[in-house]
Design a protein around this ligand. Structure first.
Ligand code: IVH
Length: 405
């Protein structure tokens, strides 16, 4: 066969496979049957075996399911991955907006309001539209190369395609890897059935799945990626807002959750209140909202202070709470032989974790709270550490909770 026609055939197969991948992984609408897809894949593989000298850089055949790694390589981020300052109250949010407005006198300021995903930040590199590298945030300066693992994430484009926009030479996308609630519950059900240890919450499950040295394990975990920014684009896409960039990413097959552009900070506060109400119905875990100055030019003018941007803030949600019931009170023997009373609860999923035990500390505490079997209690999960609080509805006093894992 002529060299050119081999290459041409390979290119055609690669493009076809990319098109069907997009339909399957991104649009969730398979365009051919599995066996037809396998046939295309094998055709390409056979050609590559016959002519290894012509293997194309973007071939999908070496994508997923390579050898397990012995360790992750470390990669220095070209653009550091910084963190956000947190606010918890409306006053603090208004103070953030005042600081922004003072530095941009007489300018119209719009804010882009996004969900604060409770997962893991990663950076994705695309060269000429091909996903070549995925890196964890790490300490913000240096992360771990998890390319083989990110290639298994279904809703993340491995090859960029767009009918409307040219494919950039270099594109670095930042976003969060999450395990949606439904997938997390399924995974835990499976683990339990097999007698394996369950994950405490979707965030831990996402972290544990992403840091597997064997990408075959990651491949079977229901992970999803949501983009929240563009760190580099060459040539420049000339889109001057963060919201515009998020919409632009959608054209290449990236999924991003809803985001909203508001004209003033009061509207951001309204959105925050709405989101708190909608939070339990969302398919993913969020721990707040992120508010960003929408104009990239204004972002540049505001710059950074220490390790966080002046142009954005994370507005955290108050601890989520739910009501459950005390089923039983047991005595637990500690390592030092001390007896501690423990309330056994009807298990409840709150703040991303199932809670089924609460320590009652000592008998004095039981009397003070007047805790009884059958009492209704309110369970809170505060912050992202393992300690949770609860206040008995009848006595309105707080109890410390142990995690149920
Ligand atoms: S923007 C320079 N947007 O929050 C700021 N971060 O504390 C870059 N996160 O490490 C971050 N949802 O893991 C941004 N919509 C969102 C986010 C988000 C979650 C996480 C991210 C980051 C941390 C910052």
């Amino acid at each position: 066969m002529e060299h050119n026609s081999v290459i041409e055939q390979m290119r055609q197969l690669i493009q076809l496979i990319a098109k069907h991948n997009h339909a399957y992984y991104v649009m969730d609408q398979p365009s051919i049957s599995d066996s037809e897809y396998d046939h295309l894949f094998h055709q390409l593989k056979a050609l590559e075996q016959q002519h290894p000298e012509f293997i194309q850089a973007d071939t999908p055949t070496n994508k997923v399911g390579g050898q397990a790694l012995s360790k992750f390589e470390s990669v220095t981020h070209t653009v550091p991955m910084l963190s956000l300052n947190n606010v918890f109250e409306e006053d603090e949010l208004l103070a953030f907006a005042n600081r922004v407005e003072e530095r941009l006198p007489n300018q119209k300021i719009q804010y882009d309001v996004e969900l604060k995903f409770d997962g893991l930040a990663i950076s994705l590199w695309y060269e000429n539209g091909v996903l070549i590298r995925g890196v964890t945030r790490g300490d913000g300066e240096t992360g771990e190369d998890i390319t083989q693992n990110v290639k298994t994430i279904r809703n993340l484009p491995k090859i960029l395609s767009s009918n409307d926009y040219p494919i950039p030479r270099l594109l670095e996308v930042r976003g969060e890897v999450l395990m949606p609630k439904a997938g997390f519950n399924n995974l835990n059900r499976h683990l339990k059935k097999r007698g394996e240890k369950e994950f405490a919450n979707p965030r831990n499950a996402a972290a544990g799945s992403l840091r597997q040295l064997d990408s075959q394990i990651t491949k079977n975990r229901p992970l999803a990626f949501y983009a929240y920014g563009v760190a580099q684009c060459i040539p420049d896409n000339n889109i001057g807002t963060i919201s515009g960039n998020l919409d632009w990413l959608k054209h290449f097959g990236f999924e991003n959750y809803d985001h909203w552009v508001v004209d003033n900070i009061q509207h951001a506060q309204k959105k925050y209140e709405q989101l708190i109400a909608e939070r339990p119905n969302l398919s993913v875990e969020i721990d707040g909202m992120v508010i960003k100055v929408n104009s990239l030019e204004q972002q540049k003018q505001l710059g950074f202070i220490s390790r966080a941007p002046r142009w954005a803030v994370a507005y955290k949600f108050p601890a989520e709470s739910k009501t459950t019931e005390i089923r039983q009170i047991d005595w637990q023997v500690g390592r030092t032989g001390i007896l501690t009373p423990v309330a056994r609860l009807v298990p409840i999923f709150v703040g991303g974790t199932t809670i089924s035990n609460a320590t009652l500390h000592n008998i004095g505490e039981i009397h003070r709270l007047d805790v009884r079997i059958g009492d209704k209690v309110e369970v809170y999960r505060t912050g992202d550490v393992g300690v949770t609080m609860n206040s008995s509805i009848s006595s309105r006093t707080q109890l410390d909770f142990q995690m149920a894992v």
